[in-house]
Design a protein around this ligand. Sequence first.
Ligand SMILES: NS(=O)(=O)c1ccc(C(=O)NCc2cccc(O)c2)cc1
Ligand SMILES: [Zn+2]
Length: 261
Amino acid sequence: TGLQWGYGEDNGPSEWHIDFPIAQGSRQSPINIVTSDAVYDPDLLPLSICYDSCTTLSIFNDGHSVIVEFDDVDSKTVIQSGPLQVPYRLKQCHFHWGGKNTHGSEHTVNGKSYASELHLVHWNAVKYKTFAEAAVAPDGLAVIGIFIETGDDHPGLHQLTDAFYMVKFKGSKAVFPGFNPKSLLPKSLHYWTYPGSLTTPPLYENVIWIVLKEPIKISQKQMHRFRLLLFSNEDEDRLPMIDNFRPPQPLKGRKVRASFC
Ligand SMILES: NS(=O)(=O)c1ccc(C(=O)NCc2cccc(O)c2)cc1
Ligand SMILES: [Zn+2]
């Protein structure tokens, strides 16, 4: 069986194109957002995030990130408006982070990396029956990216970081009820938006990216909890789960629009 993709020397982002040639495609993510090149689009509506009735199912270490999975059997937890034509249903959220606070985010802003980046992954359940079906359709997915920097303690994140001990190893999953990602949103919903891709294999170019301008702050202690997670399972040598981010990819003529001026 082929070498599983990851973030190491031999299976990292520079090698992904071997098994996933779309890695060199024309709308890959993440990107560096050059704020002076972002075009304010007055037609962009405010983003509407309806997470009030959200059902969290589980927390999972898939060997690449820590993933919080939501019940997506109906459209009770959706985002709409903004750059979207229809509501998109929340399926999961996960994070990317560094071994140090100087890097870790996937998107960068004028070359600046943040310590981490939260991704809230949604799919177009109006047109498609399953996430897998939506994931291969041009208007199938919408991901909200939220930058994370270190600072004060984030009260909304404790429930999550306190549960990480249950999913330390690759492949571990735990029941995780009652978490609402609404608590992780920054004050401002101002955003940049552009057409992109999944930032991990299969790298499908079917994502409408919505990157919030305002970062959220979490404490150094909370950041350290992420770095206690492992890429490896119980039987393998311990590999700390850090630097699980893909670097910025060529813009290839794409326009980044801003919802604010
Ligand atoms: N980092 S990201 O938000 O771009 C991202 C979000 C979701 C996924 C994902 O769901 N991967 C598994 C997958 C992808 C396509 C079809 C599937 O059935 C499963 C990967 C990356
Ligand atoms: Zn991600």
